[in-house]
Ligand binder design. Structure first.
Ligand code: AMP
Ligand code: MG
Length: 339
């Protein structure tokens, strides 16, 4: 099992030194836990892909401690960069920018762009300062499985493949960063806690949905052999079968699956109403006491992991309302449910 490092300054300095020297360390961020490596070292970055069994064609996000450090990796001259950084950094926003030649191809999957983020988690910020190199870090989970939001989640699914995990407590956002492709016509590549409306308010131009990197590869006719089964749509998936139902609705007829199915609602109130109404119904859970979307986002991956560990064969989940961070939650849920 991996050694757990604490929030002590000595442990954080150690994590920074290990990363700088080319080792892999799992680190807390405000979004989800990341599996980090020195972004300038091709050999270290490749070990991330091996530990996660992640295909090399899926590029990584690079984490920096400052806009100045971002400038060592990427062209930050577009006026939108400063606007977005002023408004949302440090925080859960990733910018896709033209890369500089010092960034290894392994980080960007050979693309001329690099994804950059300045995280807000206080421990991650100390680790970045201690390492004083940018850190490439995807989510610290086996490729395709549910993202980790606690150190225990990382230990459970990668503990035999990595040597160190920094425990920074549960992640406050719970879903991955919003990703924006920066250009005169900016594109939203992945929804997150920072919403499209917030981006548009800061930039003063529309932010339209863009294609993710993998979707683009598929459209370009990348050979099927390079795209692992289900890689494009299916992601964030537990072993259990996930089925979604509309916000405010009830799960489809599940009486036959009563013993092996879980029904998950947005709020405690709706969950308890459903439980009170029926017999022979599945075990009932909820994502939030009140239905507050920030709580739902924080809980969603953690609950999926818990229900998986409990051995449910099917998980019925009520979708979030489609606004605010609910958009990001529904994006992750629909990928978890994809076949
Ligand atoms: P993860 O760190 O696992 O959340 O994955 C990072 C995601 O960032 C990738 O799956 C891509 O969708 C996206 N990404 C990273 N780099 C780029 C890039 N250069 N261009 C477009 N998307 C990117
Ligand atoms: Mg991931």
């Amino acid at each position: 099992m991996a050694e757990i490092l604490t929030s002590s300054d000595a442990d954080l300095r150690r994590a920074g030194a290990l990363l700088r020297a080319g080792e892999l360390v799992a680190v807390p961020t405000e979004t989800v836990y990341g599996l980090a490596a020195n972004a300038f070292r091709d050999d270290s970055v490749r070990r991330i892909f091996e530990a996660k069994a992640r295909p090399f064609i899926d590029p990584l996000i690079v984490h920096v401690h400052s806009l100045e450090q971002a400038g060592t990796l990427a062209d930050v001259s577009h006026p939108f960069v400063k606007k977005l950084a002023d408004a949302f950094w440090p925080g859960p926003l990733t910018l896709v920018l033209p890369k500089k030649s010092c960034v290894p191809d392994a980080v960007t999957a050979g693309e001329p762009t690099v994804a950059v983020r300045m995280p807000a988690h206080p421990l991650m910020r100390k680790i970045l300062r201690a390492a004083d190199v940018p850190l490439a870090a995807p989510s610290a989970n086996p490729f395709g499985y549910v993202s980790p939001t606690t150190a225990r989640h990382v230990q459970d699914s990668l503990g035999t493949r990595i040597a160190w995990i920094v425990d920074g407590g549960p992640c406050v956002c719970g879903v991955e960063s919003t990703i924006v492709f920066v250009a005169d016509e900016p594109r939203l590549l992945r929804p997150g806690v920072i919403t499209r409306e917030q981006l548009e308010a800061v930039l003063g131009v529309p932010v339209t949905a863009g294609k993710g990197h993998m979707e683009k590869l598929a459209e370009a006719g990348t050979p099927r052999a390079q795209l692992a089964p289900g890689m494009l749509k299916k992601h964030y998936s537990p072993r259990a079968v996930v089925r979604l139902f509309d916000f405010g609705g009830n799960p489809p007829d599940v009486s036959s699956a009563a013993g092996t199915a879980a029904a998950v609602f947005q709020s405690r109130e709706t969950a308890e109403k459903f439980r009170a109404a029926g017999e022979g119904t599945p075990r009932v859970f909820w994502l939030s006491e009140t239905g507050e979307l920030a709580d739902v986002a924080r809980a969603v991956f953690s609950l999926l992991r818990e229900l998986d560990a409990a051995g449910f064969a099917e998980i019925f989940i009520e979708k979030s309302p489609d606004f605010g961070v609910g958009v990001a939650v529904n994006d992750r849920l629909s990928r978890a449910a994809a076949k």
